[in-house]
Design a protein around this ligand. Structure first.
Ligand SMILES: C[S@@+](CC[C@H](N)C(=O)[O-])C[C@H]1O[C@@H](n2cnc3c(N)ncnc32)[C@H](O)[C@@H]1O
Length: 255
């Protein structure tokens, strides 16, 4: 039996809040789904978020690169020696993230794809229906990795999952990752009792995924107005039974 996890949300700029939080305890795993930088890349709307005005996302290409370098470096400092970082990104600004990783001390283990089947319809180019998921580790000889199936490929696809049937989707945040995906990352790269960080919390899905799997978790989010959404989605104040058998991932795998 896995015990109930500790969880916390910190509102503020993660560049400031992550370093002081990490002084208390280092993270075993960090998940980062950064802002897209849509102000300089209008094609980002293809990812299907309904209302981008919901959060500020104003970068120039140079400032997006500098921002990426800063938070990736900050994650490196905040992780234990055998810690891992997942970065989730669309394709439009991936080049800046990859360049920032190149300048970091991380080792890239995987460049995975999450394929989904609800891309926004396009007439004169292919429909965008994937995200990039990068797995980075501090120490390539010593890191946690627990495969979730025997032949665990670097293309993730849950045909049964769509936004319409997502029981955890909540009103008020434009870009929510499925719990099934977040749980897969948490289960693969950490152990019960470990500390997971979500440096761009958004709607709080990673906090829920970590709680459901018995990990301690700290979420970081800059926008105060998402606090209630996060607290609701991640079930703050309520008991979340951390039973691996009932995890969202296992349920989808069984179907
Ligand atoms: C792409 S969304 C994350 C969505 C999340 N993965 C989910 O499933 O709901 C990025 C989030 O990062 C937040 N954010 C942007 N800059 C930030 C910063 N410097 N520190 C902390 N959070 C930030 C935004 O407000 C936004 O909610």
């Amino acid at each position: 039996m896995i015990s109930e996890s500790k969880y916390e949300l910190i509102i503020g700029d993660v560049l400031e809040t992550l370093p002081w939080k990490a002084r208390e305890r280092l993270f075993d795993l960090i998940i980062a789904d950064p802002p897209f930088g849509i102000a300089f890349n209008k094609s980002s709307h293809e990812y299907g978020a309904d209302d981008y005005d919901l959060y500020e996302d104003k970068f120039t290409p140079e400032s997006y690169f500098q921002f990426s370098k800063a938070w990736i470096e900050s994650c490196h400092e905040a992780l234990t020696e055998n810690g891992s970082l997942y970065i989730i990104s669309g394709w439009t600004n991936l080049q800046f993230i990859l360049n920032a990783i190149d300048e970091s001390k991380f080792h890239v283990l995987n460049h995975a794809i999450w394929y989904f089947s609800w891309g926004v319809y396009t007439k004169r180019r292919f429909v965008t229906s994937h995200y990039h998921i990068l797995l980075l580790v501090k120490n390539k000889k010593n890191y946690q990795f627990y495969k979730q199936k025997h032949y665990d490929e670097d293309v993730f696809f849950w045909p049964e999952y769509n936004r319409g049937n997502d029981p955890h989707r909540i009103k008020g945040h434009p870009c929510q990752l499925p719990i099934v995906l977040l749980e897969k990352l948490v289960l693969t790269s950490s152990s019960p009792g470990d500390l997971v960080g979500d440096v761009f919390s958004g709607s709080g899905g990673t906090i829920l995924a970590a709680r459901q799997t018995g990990r301690d978790v700290v979420g970081f989010e800059i926008r105060e107005e998402y606090k209630e959404i996060i607290q609701q989605k991640a079930r703050f104040g309520k008991l979340v039974t951390p039973s691996k058998k009932q995890s969202t991932l296992e349920r989808f795998l069984q179907e």
